[in-house]
Design a protein around this ligand. Structure first.
Ligand code: C5P
Length: 324
């Protein structure tokens, strides 16, 4: 359980979209039981974990879009992940974490959760902690509802708080266009608005929400047209209530024939499903030209969960190992 100065581990973890999100009633623990189908998409967060000269403590630097909004103190989810792993594995918490953001910050795509998942894997490798996949998944669930899925990736069903993840069979590749907003939305604020809307409508949410059978069939068939018809997110009304300007993105997607349009997670990112790469390009161009989105990305899914992409010793103390 040791690591040498100059070692580093690079891990990529994907952001996600929710294909379906069903939210139950607020529980005493402050959470909502939910059921969700997640799809990991080709927007990868990068974490480089390296040993430090001081050999003690966890430090972090963040770069990429929205980096300035990410805390670099102990509240950073990646720092919390590294500390939790060190504590449970019984190793000294000593590493520098260099985060490169790709997913929008507070965008409903679980970018922060992907950072935490990538950090768990990177530090486990850096420190030779040797935790099993099940142990890493348990730590991930402690850190946040979306962290386990970022480890698993692919297409998966999330239950409980969204943290119990079971892979779902999906064929083929789906093409998505993501409409990013200038500023993020707070997840607790969106859930609170959802509770308010549910109470105002005197609706009674299902204590055990279920995903639709049609969605599972569309994924199994790899059919984007049927998938587009069953995309659904119970938090969409709440996010649109807090951010009415998102309606312009939905309208534009409809006008340009997107197969399905839905809010990702608690928003404000809107995901538009395209029939293929040509339509994705057309949608992206239309969104960019209209100015209704602060930024536009084309991605595909599903993609794998957190994985090591490169490991190199960069210290001049070990020149022979450079580029290993
Ligand atoms: O677990 P995570 O940190 O992702 O959750 C952030 C917040 O979102 C929670 O504090 C809670 O307010 C809300 N939430 C919820 N029900 C869930 C997941 C999250 O109310 N199933």
């Amino acid at each position: 359980m040791t690591s040498k100065l100059g070692e580093r581990v690079v891990v990529h973890a994907p952001a996600k979209v929710n294909l379906e999100l069903r939210v139950g009633p607020l529980q005493d623990d402050g959470y909502h039981p939910l059921v969700s189908v997640f799809q990991a998409v080709s927007l990868f967060e990068e974490v480089v974990a390296s040993t430090t000269a001081s050999g003690t403590g966890i430090s972090v630097t963040v770069r990429g879009p929205g980096a300035a909004q990410v805390p670099t103190d102990g509240s950073n989810l990646a720092v919390r992940a590294a500390r939790l792993l060190a504590e449970r594995a019984g190793v000294e918490p000593a590493a520098h974490l260099s985060l490169r953001k790709a997913a929008p910050v507070a965008g409903g795509m679980a970018g922060g959760s992907a950072d935490a998942a990538a950090t768990l894997l990177a530090c486990d490798l850096l420190w030779d902690a040797g935790l099993s996949r099940e142990e890493l998944l348990a730590l991930a669930a402690e850190l946040g509802s979306d962290v386990p899925f970022a480890l698993v990736g692919g297409t998966a069903l999330g239950t409980g708080r969204g943290d119990r993840v079971t892979p779902v069979l999906a064929r083929g590749e789906f093409h998505w266009v993501l409409a990013l907003a200038e500023t993020g939305l707070s997840t607790p604020a969106v859930y609170a608005e959802h509770d308010r809307l549910v109470a105002a409508a005197a609706a009674v949410p299902d204590l055990e929400p279920r995903v639709s059978d049609d969605l599972a069939a569309a994924l199994l068939a790899g059919d984007p047209v049927s998938l587009g018809a069953c995309l659904s997110n119970d938090l969409q009304a709440a996010a649109l209530s807090l951010r009415p300007e998102l309606r312009a993105v939905v309208r534009l997607g409809e006008e340009h024939g997107a197969l399905g349009i839905l809010l990702s997670g608690s928003g404000p990112t809107v995901a538009l499903l395209a029939s293929g790469s040509d339509q994705a390009l057309e949608l992206a161009v239309a969104l960019t030209a209209s100015g209704v989105a602060a930024d536009v990305r084309r991605v595909t899914g599903p993609v794998p969960g957190a994985r090591q992409v490169e490991s190199a010793a960069v210290s001049p103390l070990h020149p022979s190992r450079r580029g290993r």
